[in-house]
Design a protein around this ligand. Structure first.
Ligand SMILES: [Zn+2]
Length: 268
């Protein structure tokens, strides 16, 4: 699933392509991805000019000149693409712009596209936790989140209501960086470790943005190109390979419905 670095890359790379562009036409073959429905979406966006594009958590938010918004959550396998001719068998939404096309490619069709007249009162939006790369996300804030949390640290890192943007790939990489086992209980993590973990959150996400995200599965940048962070992954999907720190074989363990990859020796 595209996580914060992938969504941020998409937003940054689309920004100079679609701002100021007018939406001329909307097409889909998969109405179930739309909220409330495709007709309302089409009515809300066609004829509008894109004023701004931003990211909140894993959501891409486009502001239209009517003051309304539409939101795209790429979910498991979605990618927002931009070009003049987009050829790909998994395209389920095409917006014809006055220059180029914006399209959603989505193999599994779990993506969500919502037309939102009033963003601040949109329920899914209100529930989101702080942005980990924002100034407001301080060490104190992170400590507070972990103290109040219940359950395993990995689950807490991935809980979008607590901190946004982190999914399976970056949770594994962040925990490796911080030398903390994904099996640890969040409230039992010591203050010194919390500080290291906090720094790892920022460091790994920033590094991944610099590399334009990870394309181990379906994620593509708007141009269709892959992100470059896969080669820097140290544990994610590296089961059986030697830990880059201590040489122990990386383990994969399934718990909480997720596969976790970690070094059983240097992650405590
Ligand atoms: Zn190790």
């Amino acid at each position: 699933m595209p996580e914060l670095p992938e969504v941020e890359t998409t937003v940054r790379e689309l920004r100079n392509k679609i701002i100021g562009r007018k939406i001329l036409k909307a097409w889909t073959d998969t109405e179930k991805i739309f909220k409330p429905n495709f007709l309302a979406f089409k009515k809300g966006v066609v004829g509008q000019t894109v004023e701004a594009i931003s990211r909140r958590g894993k959501n891409i938010i486009l502001k239209l000149d009517s003051g309304s918004y539409f939101l795209v959550h790429q979910k498991l396998t979605g990618s927002l693409l931009y070009g003049t001719e987009i050829k790909n068998p998994y395209i389920h939404l095409i917006l014809d712009l006055d220059k180029g096309k914006l399209a959603l490619s989505d193999l599994r069709k779990f993506a969500k596209v919502a037309f939102i007249p009033d963003l601040e009162n949109y329920p899914d939006y209100q529930k989101l936790g702080p942005e980990p790369l924002s100034r407001g996300f301080t060490l104190e804030k992170f400590q507070e989140i972990l103290e109040k949390a219940r359950g395993g640290i990995k689950k807490v890192l991935m809980d979008q209501g607590k901190i946004v943007g982190i999914g399976n790939i970056y949770a594994d990489e962040i925990l490796f960086e911080a030398k903390i086992s994904p099996l640890r209980e969040a409230p039992k993590i010591k203050p010194a470790e919390i500080k290291i973990l906090y720094q790892a959150v920022k460091k790994i996400l920033e590094k991944a943005i610099k590399s334009k995200g990870t394309s181990v599965s379906d994620y593509r940048r708007p141009s269709g190109e892959k992100g470059n962070f896969a080669k820097f992954l140290k544990v994610y999907r590296r089961t059986g390979e030697p830990c880059p720190r201590c040489g122990t074989k990386i383990q994969r363990l399934k718990f909480g419905g997720r596969s976790s990859h970690f070094c059983p020796r240097c992650q405590k």
